[in-house]
Design a protein around this ligand. Sequence first.
Ligand code: NDP
Ligand code: 8X3
Length: 252
Amino acid sequence: MSKIALITGATSGIGAACAHLFAAEGYNLILLGRREQLLTTIGKQLEDKYAVEVKRILADVRDQEDLSYRLETLPAPWKKVNVLINNAGLSQGLDPIDKGNTDDWDTMIDTNVKGLLYVTRIVSAWMVAQKSGHIINIGSIAGKEVYPNGNVYCATKYAVDALSKSMRIDLLPHGIKVTAINPGMVETEFSKVRFKGDETRAKKVYDGLEPLAANDIADAIWFAVSRPAHVNINDMLIMPAAQATATIVERK
Ligand code: NDP
Ligand code: 8X3
């Protein structure tokens, strides 16, 4: 059987770009997300174009019981995952701490931190059993520096940063690589989700500059995954050329 990549949040943005790139490289895919129609369409497109096999997992990473059931009931050959891309994540709102919506906080913490952990708990155990694997965690510039009103989103990405470092230590004896990929601005559905469907506000984030595209991040992930066995890329911070820090950008 070909190599297998499990990608969470594969229905749009960075996850969907990774699905395309890994399929083009001959990987069979396990694609996970909540939007069934997109999972079906993307999966079919990749099967037809690249003659790879695709398993779709319709799941919410926050729902530990359902997620565990869906992963643990995969057929045994599909549990031989070579690459796990922990990508599912989101930001909700951009408010100062005294005005934040606590439901938004729960959603971000439950998805970006606990969801990532639930998936990792299961898949890392498979990797330990097979004594190999590569885990890619999608962090953010928001996990390297905080910015006004970023508070809880930043905290979740700082957590991802800490978890990547911890996982690298815990999984070292088992031959499992861990790479943290930390993007700056990438134009995906991210801002639309952050601003709860307000497309005008979302578009404004990228006004007057060329943001990263999802493919730029997929390329970086592929670079990390395709290094020789003795090389690990621990951490990458990838920014648009027009963005120096989380908040300092050059707009035309
Ligand atoms: P998108 O909104 O385009 O994609 C997010 C993906 O996550 C979707 O496929 C969505 O699928 C999935 N997702 C969200 N919540 C859940 C959930 N509870 N269970 C399962 N899947 C979920 O944004 P991006 O591609 O930009 O985001 C991908 C990652 O990159 C995130 O972790 C984000 O924090 C990070 N990031 C993004 C940056 C940016 O500027 N865009 C910069 C730095 C980091 P579905 O809705 O079908 O469940
Ligand atoms: C997404 C990028 O700058 O909005 O992680 O935090 S940012």
